[in-house]
Design a protein around this ligand. Structure first.
Ligand code: URA
Length: 430
């Protein structure tokens, strides 16, 4: 068996065996196969595709390339939730405390943002004192004591994925469904939860731009998870416009606390998604039999204050302030705020999530390179959403800027305005 044979088989559209895949991944992990051969193989997979059997074999080989966590001591009910990534997606900050308050043990490993898509770890690190780098024994002890921990992804998990992902990023091979599915699921399976809930985003602000590809990815990941003996479910959710009101790290934490504390002006679609995902998770772990019942239980956790209390307990256990009021007060605030005013009248028909995500990254909320330092205080606060009516002179968004970006605010304003599409033919009724 050698790398050239395996590359040429895939180039010619033939099925590669599980042994060949395991051989290749072992070679990648131990640097016995060069980056140029790996890149050629990734391109052959991207063009020729992989069947389910090959994709499962690739996932298992990547899972086995590093450490696997044993969460047996948390029982059969432990759950991991994973979103395929989007703009303004802070659902984990609400769903994890809801579920933990209802007795679902959650050791959640999350990622950092890259490009236009945000990351839960960056959001949490905007809370002063919050430690995302817990050791595994520390994290497991916290789950036993408080019910949940949210920590940064360990680099010891699925190291082959790290190597493959870095090459995919620079060889135009990110957008391959088998490669995305195996990348995500290898890390999820290595994390050891007994149940996995996947939130597969679909739309301009997501990897999967249309319903068909999102369904294909979701079915494949569910098949891989269940095939590996882990109860896996997936939900598809829209990522056309940004999720919720806020994009940017501390702004998103504040918005998540608004939902946890049931403030009246929280954004309805964001709150609904948090409840939907919680309901699915409760059915997945067998805490209830129907989504309706799950919805009611999750809603009650918000209404009673149990979820907000659980969030504060998680934050405090990981080094942050001890209650939501204090967390809010200590979140970093931007130096400079600029208002974006509408010059049009009509109905908002789209707010391009990808454009908004890219802009907020350029404003300092995200990274263009993995090594970039982010500013937790900056971002974009929307005051309107798709389907809402606007009149001329109405506030569309507030830009939270770094002090040294203040002179360039007009450029940001112009670009953000371009992300809005307004139908002026349909005039607001009020
Ligand atoms: N997230 C991952 O972890 N891998 C991919 O390939 C895409 C999204």
């Amino acid at each position: 068996m050698n790398a050239i044979e395996i590359i040429s088989k895939k180039r010619d559209g033939l099925e590669i065996t599980s042994d060949e895949i395991a051989f290749f991944i072992e070679g990648v992990t131990n640097k016995k196969i060069s980056d140029y051969q790996t890149s050629a193989w990734l391109m052959a997979i991207t063009i020729r595709g992989m069947n389910v059997k090959e994709t499962v074999a690739l996932t298992i080989a990547m899972r086995d390339s590093g450490r696997q966590i044993n969460l047996d001591e948390l029982g059969q009910g432990s759950l991991d939730k994973h979103s395929t990534g989007g703009v303004g997606d802070k659902t984990s900050l609400v769903v994890v405390p809801i579920l933990a308050s209802l007795g679902v043990p959650m050791l959640k490993m999350s990622g950092r943002g890259l490009g236009f898509s945000g990351g839960t770890i960056d959001k949490l690190e905007s809370i002063p004192g919050f430690r995302t780098e817990l050791t595994l024994p520390e994290a497991i002890a916290q789950v036993k004591q408080v019910g949940a921990a949210i920590i940064a992804q360990s680099s010891e998990l699925a190291p082959a994925d790290k190597i493959l992902y870095a090459l995919r990023d620079v060889t135009a091979t990110v957008e391959s469904i088998p490669l995305i599915a195996s990348s995500i699921m290898s890390k999820k399976l290595a994390t050891g939860a007994k149940n996995i809930l996947l939130d597969v985003k679909v739309g301009v602000g997501a990897f999967m731009k249309n319903q068909e590809s999102a369904e294909e990815l979701s079915k494949l990941m569910v098949a891989i998870g269940n095939g590996a003996g882990v109860h896996t479910e997936a939900v598809l959710s829209p990522m056309q416009e940004p999720l919720g009101w806020c994009i940017g790290n501390s702004l998103e934490v504040r918005e998540a606390i608004d939902v946890l504390e049931c403030l009246p002006d929280d954004e309805p679609l964001f709150r609904k998604l948090c409840l939907d995902l919680s309901a699915h998770a409760l059915v997945t772990v067998g805490k209830c039999n129907s989504l309706e019942h799950g919805h009611d239980i999750a809603q009650e956790s918000l209404r009673s204050g149990a979820a907000a209390l659980k969030f504060a307990q998680i934050v405090h256990a990981q080094g942050g302030p001890s209650d939501c009021k204090l967390i809010r007060e200590l979140l970093p605030k931007s130096h400079h705020q600029v208002e974006l005013i509408s010059h049009q009248e009509g109905i908002i028909i789209s707010i391009n999530a990808e454009e908004i995500g890219r802009l907020s990254s350029r404003m300092g909320a995200g990274r263009l390179e993995k090594t970039d330092i982010i500013d937790h205080s900056v971002g974009i606060e929307l005051h309107t959403k798709v389907g809402y009516s606007v009149i001329s002179g109405q506030l569309l968004a507030t830009l939270h800027l770094r002090a040294n970006d203040a002179p360039g605010a007009e450029i940001f304003k112009k670009e953000i305005l371009n992300a809005f599409a307004v139908d002026s033919e349909t005039l607001p009724s009020q």
